[in-house]
Design a protein around this ligand. Structure first.
Ligand code: MN3
Length: 196
């Protein structure tokens, strides 16, 4: 059965960009609920021992498994690409990919922000590696680029930004642009490079 992953930092470490109360509720309540519901949905079935990546890639036609499996995968990735020491310019492999795919980091930021802002309602903005370049997309609900038909086949999610209101409402209320802008101060580029 899946269990709630421990964060590599404390709930208050991402302040002022993401407040401690939001982090606590988001991790211990929202993420935990996806895991509980996912475990309930797969318990005793033929897929109960599969990896979360395999479940998202190959078993997302079942809606409870899609929503809660996506919820578990997406939040696990999200926590790991945030860091109190994050932000600044990308380096190493991800810098080369961003520059070759978007021209420069500022163009990437503009396009990623646009994907996060134009996702209507709840969902996620993503940066994925596809073949030898990177692409931006967004998904509704807890869908993600591992699921068939979302992005290009064999996309590898490198960055994901949760734009559900539960991710920012306590601190930012309706100001999604301010939350998206703050996110760039937290990106753990080292962890992103580890995924390439
Ligand atoms: Mn969330």
């Amino acid at each position: 059965a899946f269990s709630l992953p421990k964060l590599l930092y404390s709930y208050n470490d991402l302040e002022p960009y993401i407040d401690a109360k939001t982090m606590e509720i988001h991790h211990s309540k929202h993420h935990n609920a996806y895991i509980t519901n996912l475990n309930n949905a797969i318990s005793g079935t033929s897929i109960e021992n599969l990896s979360i990546e395999d479940i998202c890639k190959n078993h997302s036609e079942n809606m409870p498994i899609r929503n809660n499996g996506g919820g578990h995968y997406n939040h696990s990735l999200f926590w790991n690409i945030l860091s109190p020491e994050g932000g600044g310019n990308p380096n190493d492999k991800i810098a080369e990919l961003i520059n070759s795919s978007f021209g420069c980091y500022d163009n990437f930021k503009e396009k990623f922000t646009n994907a996060a802002m134009t996702r209507f309602g709840s969902g996620w903005a993503w940066l994925c590696k596809v073949d030898n370049h990177v692409e931006i997309c967004s998904t509704p609900n807890q869908d993600n680029p591992l699921m068939p038909g979302i992005c290009k086949d064999d996309s590898i999610p490198l960055l994901g930004l949760d734009v559900w209101e539960h991710a920012y409402y306590l601190n930012y209320q309706n100001r999604r642009p301010d939350y998206v802008s703050a996110f760039f101060n937290l990106i753990n580029w080292k962890e992103v490079n580890n995924k390439i």
